[in-house]
Design a protein around this ligand. Structure first.
Ligand SMILES: Cc1cc2nc3c(=O)[nH]c(=O)nc-3n(C[C@H](O)[C@H](O)[C@H](O)COP(=O)(O)O)c2cc1C
Length: 210
C-alpha cells in the first residue's frame, strides 16, 4: 500500500478494542517520533509511554472520559519543556559535538545566539514554542503508526494541569502538550469508522506562486 493509501485509511479512532500493539511496532512509531525535525534540533520534549492500566484509568476522567484512553494499547503523552534553560540548550549542542566528533565555529556561534535569547524569554512563551516542536514529533508518530497499520487518536481534549499532576511532570520541568492513544480500532463501536474523510480541497488549501 502506498503511504497516501495508508493516510486515507487512518482516521482519529473514537473507539479502540483493547488489543495490544506489538513492542516492535511501538518501537518503530517511537523512532519516527524521535527522528522528527525540531527547531534548532533541540527536541524540547519527552514522550511518556503509558501501558499501566491504573494510570490510564486515572487520566480518563480528566480527558473528557474518552474511551480510547483506557482501550488503547499504549498511551503516549508528549510533554514539552516548561521553558528553555542554558543547561538544556547546552546539553543538545554538546551532544551534537560529541556525536559528530568536532566543534564547528558557526554552530558554536549559533549556540551563543540561542543562549542569548531563549532563556531570557517568558517561560510560557518558551513552553508554547517547545509544545509546537512536540506536535511535529506527534505528527510523525501518527503517520508512522498508519504506515504500520496501527490506529491512533490525536488527542488534546484533556486537562493538562491534571495530567501533569498525575504524571508528576512539573517536577521534571515538563508540561503535557498533547496525547496519542495507540491501538486498534473497534469497528463495531466506532461511529466514525465508516464515514467519509472530509478535507478542504487542495485549491482551498494551497496557493501557488509561480
Ligand atoms: C491536535 C489534535 C487534537 C485532537 N484532539 C482530539 C480529541 O481530544 N478527541 C478526539 O476524538 N479527536 C481529536 N482529534 C481528532 C480530530 O478531530 C481529527 O483528526 C479531525 O477531525 C480529522 O479527522 P480524521 O483524523 O479522522 O481524518 C484531534 C486532532 C488533532 C490533530
Amino acid at each position: 500500500m502506498e503511504l497516501l493509501d495508508k493516510l486515507n485509511w487512518r482516521y482519529a479512532a473514537k473507539a479502540m478494542n483493547g488489543e495490544k500493539v506489538s513492542e516492535e511496532k511501538i518501537a518503530k512509531i517511537i523512532e519516527a517520533a524521535r527522528l522528527a525535525p525540531t527547531s534548532s534540533g533541540l527536541q524540547p520534549f519527552e514522550i511518556i509511554i503509558i501501558k499501566n492500566k491504573a494510570i490510564k484509568e486515572a487520566i480518563k476522567p480528566v480527558a473528557w472520559n474518552q474511551s480510547v484512553i483506557t482501550d488503547c494499547s499504549h498511551l503516549l503523552v508528549f510533554a514539552a519543556w516548561d521553558t528553555y534553560t542554558e543547561e538544556r540548550i547546552n546539553k543538545m549542542f554538546d551532544l551534537t559535538n560529541e556525536v559528530r566528533g568536532f566543534k564547528n565555529e558557526g554552530w558554536e556561534a549559533y549556540r551563543q545566539m540561542l543562549l542569548g535569547s531563549y532563556p531570557q524569554k517568558d517561560a510560557e512563551e518558551n513552553f508554547n514554542h517547545a509544545a509546537k516542536q512536540a506536535y511535529i514529533s506527534f505528527s510523525a508518530a501518527i503517520i508512522a503508526a498508519a504506515y504500520e497499520g496501527v490506529d491512533t487518536t490525536p488527542l488534546e481534549g484533556f486537562d493538562a494541569d491534571a495530567v501533569d499532576k498525575i504524571l508528576e511532570l512539573r517536577e521534571k520541568g515538563l508540561r503535557s502538550a498533547v496525547m496519542l492513544p495507540i491501538g486498534y480500532r473497534n469497528t463495531d463501536k466506532d461511529w466514525l469508522v465508516n464515514l467519509t474523510k472530509v478535507r478542504k480541497s487542495t485549491e482551498d488549501l494551497v496557493t501557488v506562486i509561480e
